[in-house]
Design a protein around this ligand. Structure first.
Ligand code: CP3
Length: 340
C-alpha cells in the first residue's frame, strides 16, 4: 500500500480502514518521561505548565520531535475541566493533584460555573492551533477529557460510598460533568483536534452491569453530541477486560484496551465494529531491553495484522522512569512494519 501521512494513517485506522502500517503513539507521552519535560518543570509549577500556551505547545511537541509518533496529544489534564468550572486545584509536589473543597451536595454542584471556552481555556485552544501549525498532516492531533465517572471520582466527597448513600446526587454530578465536557471537547475540535480520547481510568472498578449504569451512558451522550464534528473518539478504560462490550456500546470509534486483555479476545469481541488501540505493557517498556521490546512489539503487530483498524499504543500511560531508548525501540519497530 502507498505511503500515507500520519494524519491520514491515524484517521483511517480509527475508522477501521486499511492502512500501510499501524499508527503509533503512547498514552501520557507528553510530560512524565522526557528529560526536556523535567527541565521545564524545574522552572514552572504544574498548574502554570497547564495554563500557558507556549508551555503546553512545547511539552506536547517534545515527544514528537524526538520520536515522530503518528499522533501528538495535547498536554493538559483531565482535572483541568473541573478547575476551570471553578474548583480550586492544588498540585502538591510529590503528592499529585488535589481538590481541597470537594463536591458534597447540591449546593457545591450549583456553585460550578457554566463552561465557556473563550473565557476558560484560551491557552489550550491557542496551543492546539500552534501545534497544528507546526505538525500539519505529519501528526494527528489528539484532544481529550476524562470520563464523567473518572472525573467525578476526583471531585466528589466520599465518592465510593455515594453510589449507595445518595445515588441521585451522584447521577446529578455525572450529568453535570457530561454537559460541560461536551463543549470542552467541541472547543478542542474547533481549535484543530483531529481525534478525541476519553480517559475512563477508574471505569475498571465497576462490574459490567455497573459500568453500563454509571459510566457508559454519559460517555455515549458525549460521543453522540460530538458525532456531527466527524472527529473519531477513542475510549480508554483501565482494567477493562470484562468491559469491552460495554465500551463498544458507547458508540465510540476505537476501544483502547489494557495488557490484561489478550488481543485475540479484543479482536473477537470488537469483531470489526470498532477499531482497537493498545495494549503493550508499560512495565515491559520500562524494564526490558530494547531488543526484547523490539521482539514483543513485532509480536503485537503480527497479532493485529489481520484486523482492520489498529493503533499501536500501551495498555496504560508511559511510566515516568521509562528510558528514552526503550521508547525509541518501540516506536521504530512499529514504524518499520509495512504490510506490503
Ligand atoms: O497523554 C499525555 O501525555 C497528555 C497529558 C496528560 C496528563 N494527564 C498530564 C499530566 C493526560 C492525558 C493526563 C490524563 C490524566 N490525568 C488521567 C487519565 C490517564 C491515566 O493515566 O489514567 C488522570 C487519572 C489524571 C489525573 C492526574 N494528573 C494524576 C493522578 C496526576 C499525578 C500522577 C501522574 O500522572 O504523574 C496528574 C499529574 C500529571 N498530569 C502529570 C502530567 C504530565 C505529572 C505532573 C508532574 O509531576 O510534572
Amino acid at each position: 500500500m502507498l505511503f500515507m501521512n500520519s494524519q491520514t494513517r491515524f484517521l483511517n485506522s480509527c475508522k477501521s480502514k486499511r492502512v500501510d502500517r499501524p499508527p503509533v503513539w503512547l498514552m501520557r507521552q507528553a510530560g512524565r518521561c522526557l528529560p526536556e519535560y523535567r527541565a521545564l518543570r524545574e522552572r514552572h509549577d504544574f498548574l502554570e505548565m497547564l495554563t500557558r500556551e507556549e508551555l503546553i505547545a512545547e511539552v506536547s511537541l517534545q515527544p514528537w520531535r524526538r520520536f515522530q509518533m503518528d499522533a501528538v496529544i495535547v498536554f493538559a489534564d483531565i482535572l483541568l475541566l473541573p478547575m476551570v468550572l471553578g474548583m480550586e486545584l492544588q498540585f502538591l509536589e510529590g503528592q499529585g493533584p488535589k481538590f481541597p473543597h470537594l463536591i458534597s451536595g447540591e449546593k457545591d454542584l450549583g456553585a460550578l460555573k457554566k463552561f465557556n471556552a473563550a473565557a476558560d481555556i484560551p491557552f489550550l485552544t491557542a496551543a492546539l492551533k500552534k501545534i497544528k501549525r507546526e505538525t500539519k498532516d505529519e501528526a494527528a492531533l489528539i484532544g481529550f477529557a476524562g470520563s464523567p465517572w473518572t472525573v467525578a471520582s476526583y471531585v466528589t466527597q466520599d465518592f465510593e460510598e455515594l453510589r449507595e448513600k445518595n445515588p441521585a446526587l451522584l447521577k446529578k454530578i455525572l450529568g453535570r460533568l457530561t454537559k460541560e465536557t461536551i463543549p470542552y471537547l467541541k472547543a478542542q475540535v474547533e481549535a484543530g483536534a483531529d481525534v478525541l480520547q476519553i480517559f475512563d481510568s477508574w471505569g475498571g472498578i465497576l462490574s459490567p452491569s455497573e459500568y453500563a449504569e454509571w459510566s457508559a451512558p454519559y460517555i455515549r451522550e458525549i460521543a453522540a453530541a460530538l458525532k456531527a464534528t466527524g472527529v473519531p473518539i477513542i475510549i480508554y478504560v483501565k482494567e477493562s477486560a470484562a468491559l469491552l462490550e460495554e465500551m463498544i456500546a458507547t458508540a465510540c470509534d476505537v476501544i483502547s484496551v489494557g495488557w490484561e486483555t489478550p488481543l485475540a479476545k479484543a479482536k473477537q469481541i470488537a469483531g470489526g465494529k470498532v477499531a482497537i488501540q493498545g495494549n503493550f505493557n508499560p512495565h515491559i517498556l520500562m524494564q526490558a531491553t530494547p531488543e526484547e521490546i523490539r521482539l514483543a512489539a513485532k509480536n503485537m503487530i503480527r497479532e493485529m495484522e489481520d484486523y482492520p483498524g489498529y493503533i499501536a499504543n500501551l495498555g496504560h500511560g508511559v511510566l515516568p522512569k521509562t528510558p528514552v531508548e526503550n521508547i525509541e525501540a518501540f516506536t521504530n519497530t512499529i514504524k518499520l512494519t509495512a504490510d506490503s
